[in-house]
Unconditional design. Structure first.
Length: 129
């Protein structure tokens, strides 16, 4: 079994460890799994196996799905991390923080465009000095 972490090390994919198209993913292990199933239950980290506490039913998205679709799924399912699968391979993990940053950036851009339209002053976003 192989555990592969995200760049921020807050979530890990648990798989059979192979590096080919038939790689089988077993689940996902996050800090929330640890907190709820080890720390809060008074278990010992030393004596607990990942397979005992990982989340086995994992919702995934594809790279073509929108930020709004990801946000909707995360909200409905009360989850903070979504594996991004591309051709049955883990392409990455998107977090609720990633989604919030994207939504804020989109809203800021819309506000800038509306302010530019109202005032007649061109926006400076994306223009290098």
């Amino acid at each position: 079994m192989r555990v592969r972490g995200s760049s921020d090390c807050s979530v890990h994919e648990v798989s059979d460890g192979s590096f080919h198209a038939s790689q089988r993913s077993f689940g996902i292990f996050s800090e929330r799994d640890y907190a709820r199933k080890v720390a809060l239950r008074g278990k010992s980290s030393k004596d607990t196996h990942v397979r005992e506490i990982m989340t086995e039913k994992v919702d995934c998205v594809s790279p073509s799905q929108s930020v709004n679709e990801c946000m909707g799924l995360m909200t409905r399912k009360h989850i903070r991390h979504l594996p991004v699968m591309d051709n049955n391979q883990l392409a990455g993990v998107i977090s609720i923080g990633d989604v919030v940053k994207a939504v804020i950036s989109e809203h800021e851009f819309t506000i800038e465009q509306l302010e530019s339209y109202i005032t007649g002053i061109p926006t400076t976003r994306g223009v290098s000095a």
